[in-house]
Design a protein around this ligand. Structure first.
Ligand code: NAI
Length: 500
């Protein structure tokens, strides 16, 4: 096998494999090192993809229990076959990882199997499963080794009773009680899966709100919806210890405000308190400098402190730890290496939580704008008044558009909706083009679609939505259903009559 390359990418997650493909498209002789048996990294193997499979299956099951009857579809005896559900998930994962393998072959990318690390300037050593080491040289090296689960000091993840997301994606039976530490992306997606399948789920969150980083009213509304679905929350609570006694896990927590101690007993505990950069012990030997967050320090061109060594994705501090951010960085760094102007717009990176309903956002939150002293206006539109959402019985949630008070430029958007993850793409595109709410309001949106709520929210910035009345009494309320209603409106919020 050839051992000299223009580029060696270490890691084949969404950042690494996309970078390798783009490098190859640009005519660079490329290799990609991967230590897992299959390509695709955490995202494809034990992250985004398998979790979406279980989210989809569990949502289907829940529909048979809670929704189908109302639609006139009577199903008796719908049963969960967990091992079949898991096999379906594993099949999807396998198909997609094989897909990346196929793309590597077609793009003539060399797949180096084993654990790769920079052993000297321009050299990557790859150690295979048997411990055999091979050296490869490259003019450029891209580190895309992703991230690993963080844990609380003193709490050992055994992937049996105390699990990370990896363990929670392959329980062999539905836990009776599941405690989830962390009310972020992973915690809430997996809480939804197991709660829908019948587990009694409690989320313990250190802060006084869930999904930190998202707009406050989105976080509040989302918590209300998940509570209604049966998920229990213990906010403002610090986990002080987790111990396993026989097959039961005892979680000790303390309330941050009243300092009251409490114990929860569970059969399983999921630790989902964030992720940290996946850096081998060899990183310090290689001379690559890290920042305060223990991530690789890079400049605007993704260059590390060592010439011709680049880093992208979860191992760097720029942007959120999201697969699509890593993909965009992979493309940008490939273009930079080949002398082009690669670029990522960190102001417009959408994020999505794939629950039911979904939560999606892009751009800035109100809190960020306040901190930056930027004056803004808001337009909101509830799905209660969207005809498609209404006929689909998906009326939870709303669209919230934040614009610059003077220029009307869209600065941030948040959506809670059954299809928020798909809808947010329109807003990311609008923001990429520097759109104003007026631009969105003037764009014809197909009827009947959930996306009409985006147009209506844009119209609401200027207080002129068509299918809703603006709440005249400007009292600040956390209940989204009251924000939009005119006082003494003939339309009642629990049973709204919308105009279509
Ligand atoms: P996260 O950062 O989204 O949430 C972690 C939560 O744990 C936070 O709310 C935090 O306040 C809380 N927390 C931290 N320490 C705690 C403690 N000691 N006790 C109780 N609560 C504590 O992290 P998460 O959910 O683990 O996800 C990791 C990464 O993976 C995220 O950066 C996310 O962007 C990414 N991800 C994205 C997904 C998506 O795009 N749909 C799905 C899954 C993960």
């Amino acid at each position: 096998m050839d051992s000299k390359f223009d580029v060696i990418v270490i890691g084949s997650g969404p950042g690494g494999y996309v970078c390798a493909i783009r490098c190859s498209q640009l005519g660079l002789k490329t290799a990609c090192v991967e230590s897992r048996p299959t390509l695709g990294g955490t995202c494809l193997n034990v992250g985004c993809i398998p979790s979406k499979s279980l989210l989809n299956s569990s949502a289907m099951y829940q529909k048979t229990q809670k929704e189908f009857n109302n639609l006139g579809i009577e199903i008796s005896n719908a049963k969960i076959n967990l091992s079949k559900m898991m096999s379906n998930k594993d099949r999807s994962v396998l198909t997609l990882t094989k897909g990346v393998e196929f793309l590597f072959k077609k793009n003539k990318i060399t797949h180096l199997k084993g654990k790769g690390y920079i052993s000297s300037k321009g050299t990557v050593t790859v150690e295979d499963q048997s411990g055999k080491k091979n050296n490869y040289t490259a003019k450029n090296i891209v580190i895309a080794t992703g991230s690993i689960t963080s844990s609380i000091p003193g709490i050992k993840i055994d992937e049996k009773n105390v699990v990370s997301s990896t363990g929670a994606l392959s329980f062999d039976k539905i836990p009776k009680d599941l405690t989830v530490i962390g009310g972020g992306y992973i915690g809430l997606e997996l809480s939804s899966v197991w709660s829908r399948l019948g587990a009694n789920v409690t989320v313990v969150e250190y802060l006084d709100h869930i999904i930190p980083g998202m707009d406050q009213d989105i976080s509040e509304e989302f918590k209300k919806i998940l509570t209604k679905q049966g998920i229990n929350f213990k906010l403002d609570s610090k986990v002080t210890g987790v111990k396993t006694v026989r097959n039961e896990v005892i979680i000790d927590l303390i309330n941050n405000k009243n300092k009251k101690a409490e114990q929860i007993k569970s059969d399983k505990v999921l630790v989902a308190i964030g992720r940290k950069a996946n850096l081998g012990e060899d990183i310090s030997k290689s001379g690559i400098l890290l920042d305060q967050q223990k991530k690789i320090k890079v400049n605007d061109k993704f260059e590390t402190s060592i010439k011709n060594v680049y880093a992208i994705g979860d191992v760097i501090a720029k942007g959120p730890m999201l697969a699509h951010k890593a993909e965009d960085e992979g493309i940008a760094v490939a273009e930079i290496i080949s002398g082009q102007a690669g670029h990522v717009n960190y102001d417009v990176i959408p994020s999505v939580i794939y629950t039911s309903p979904e939560v999606a956002s892009v751009g800035k939150t109100e809190k960020q704008l306040k901190m930056e002293n930027i004056k803004y206006k808001i337009g909101k539109f509830p799905f209660l008044a969207n005809s498609r959402a209404k006929v689909n019985n998906q009326t939870e949630g709303f669209v919230k558009i934040i614009v610059d008070e003077k220029t009307d430029k869209v600065l941030g958007v948040s959506i809670i909706s059954a299809v928020a993850g798909t809808m947010i793409a329109e807003l990311a595109l609008a923001m990429e083009f520097g759109a104003s709410s007026e631009d969105i309001a003037r764009t014809c949106h197909a009827h009947p679609t959930h996306s009409e709520a985006v147009k209506e929210a844009a119209l609401a910035v200027d207080k002129r939505p068509i299918h809703f009345l603006i709440f005249k009494n400007d009292k600040k309320s956390n209940d989204p259903s009251s924000w939009f209603w005119q006082k003494n409106s003939p339309i009642n919020t629990t049973n709204p009559k919308t105009l279509t």
